[in-house]
Design a binder for this molecule. Sequence first.
Ligand SMILES: Cc1cc2nc3c(=O)[nH]c(=O)nc-3n(C[C@H](O)[C@H](O)[C@H](O)COP(=O)(O)OP(=O)(O)OC[C@H]3O[C@@H](n4cnc5c(N)ncnc54)[C@H](O)[C@@H]3O)c2cc1C
Length: 453
Amino acid sequence: MEKEITIIGAGLVGSLLSIYLSKRGYKVSIYERRGDMRTNVVSAGRSINLALSDRGIRALEEVGIMDEIRRIAIPMHGREIHNPDGTSAYQPYGKEGQFINSVSRADLNCKLMDLAEQHGVTIFFHQKAEAIDWKQNEIHFVNPENESTLFVKSDVILGSDGSFSAARLTHQLQSDRFQYEQFYIDYGYKELHIPGGASSAFQLKENALHIWPRGQYMMIALPNTDGSFTCTLFFPFEGDPSFESLSDETKLREFFEINFSDAMNRMPTLVDDFFSNPTGSLVTVKCFPWIRENKFALIGDAAHAIVPFFGQGMNCGFEDCAVLNQMLDEYSDDWEKALPAYQELRKPDADAIAELALNNFVEMRDKVADPQFLLQKKIEGYFSSKHPDKWTPAYGMVTFSPEIRYSEALQRGKQQQAIMDEIMQMPSLESAWDSETVEKNMLEKISQQNSHV
Ligand SMILES: Cc1cc2nc3c(=O)[nH]c(=O)nc-3n(C[C@H](O)[C@H](O)[C@H](O)COP(=O)(O)OP(=O)(O)OC[C@H]3O[C@@H](n4cnc5c(N)ncnc54)[C@H](O)[C@@H]3O)c2cc1C
């Protein structure tokens, strides 16, 4: 008999997962807490966007839907760094032809739900999972609109209900030795807006991710297809400056004039946006186990929420779907074997990207404007182009090399950083960064490291 699968949460990961599973021949239903966002445009047309990169793209290609997604994506080939004095500088992300993509979260989610339905998936809206009865394999849903209840039995239950997952909580409360760790950073985020100019012209460079690094805080901006940019200010909750200290319009304007003047000139709704938009918090969640026998697994943010500074949360969740599918291939759809294999492969990678993401905050808000850091990146880029088999910069491993696991990228990144820490001590490096001496020194250090492995 055809196995029935219930997915909790029709977000980015749940929707993609449903496509993978329905392509395998399962009868798949998704239950989503919210209404159908395709008919309820809540955000008054304002777009919130995400960076989609190679790991996510690989999964979307595998299920054959990347061509559709490409139509709503804007390539970003590098970072445009905005200095406090109003000047800016461009840093390409990787090698020629490597880029990440700005995609509207809502458009991507809507498109994934459309495609899921085209693949035979049924999506039920206004169904909030409250609890799971593991003996009966039955999920208890409540309709937040009218409080009506629904009980759904299923052969397999997959929890893709995001960082505050109800599926995870019910699993946790009824598991022996469940490990759980939740960690908030002292920074929050707020979305701000730069509208398109005349005839929807982009007011900043279109094909770039814009960063205003300011040491202890930063703002970024990603382009939207209508010519606008969504800006995100990552800022301390408390202290000076902070969300708390910018308590009125005068303080806000003064602060932006000093620190983000070039952006502020293009933000006619700054004051409204700042005081009306919510301040989001940034959480890392780690837990284990992710699975229950052959009948339940957590996936995406429900299994591993991370901070957004590597632009990898969704990409990682999409990769989870690809790995689960790969395990089902390997074990011929024997869920008893596929689920533990999925968990074993993904848990170290999820832990690794959580660490990489936290580290990247310091890099983005502080180091990208530091001349020593830029020199190091220049040396790494040059060396990597001469010895691609020996060196891939950490950013490239995470963003453009899906064949390298996150856990391997983390480990290799640390080894490379140890080498660079020594190289950066060499004299006259500014003029000798592309010299044979530096190259030889790096090759020697790599071979010393390899001989210790
Ligand atoms: C500011 C910010 C910027 C980010 N930028 C990037 C980026 O550039 N690139 C990137 O890859 N990632 C980024 N991320 C991370 C990305 O948003 C998440 O990793 C991604 O949304 C996870 O998808 P998901 O489907 O697991 O969870 P979600 O997108 O949270 O979806 C969960 C779904 O489950 C539903 N749900 C919740 N509870 C229940 C319940 N009890 N019952 C039924 N349904 C329920 C929700 O309504 C939702 O539809 C960013 C995150 C933040 C906060």
